[in-house]
Design a protein around this ligand. Structure first.
Ligand SMILES: [Zn+2]
Length: 82
């Protein structure tokens, strides 16, 4: 006997394909959000700006790259991530 299967994200019914795609992306989204939150909290004490994060997609996930007004800001962000 064949059973019927349904896939849902929240209350929304989706295709199996979308559901699987969502599953593989959800942890990445969460990791990305965490980094974004951390970076947003930190301002350069000298220039008052926040760093820019570049997310580059890789085969297994993504790489993050930080850019900022000066090394001091990048240092602060890196230290806060540990
Ligand atoms: Zn700076």
């Amino acid at each position: 006997m064949k059973i019927k299967m349904e896939y849902k994200i929240g209350h929304r019914k989706v295709s199996q394909r979308e559901w699987e795609r969502h599953l593989t992306q959800a942890p990445l989204e969460a990791a990305k959000d965490a980094i974004r939150q951390q970076v947003r909290r930190i301002r350069c004490p000298r220039h008052g700006t926040t760093a820019t994060v570049t997310f580059t997609k890789t085969a297994r996930g993504f790489n993050t790259q930080l850019r900022g007004c000066c090394d001091e800001l990048i240092g602060l962000v890196n230290r806060s991530r540990r």
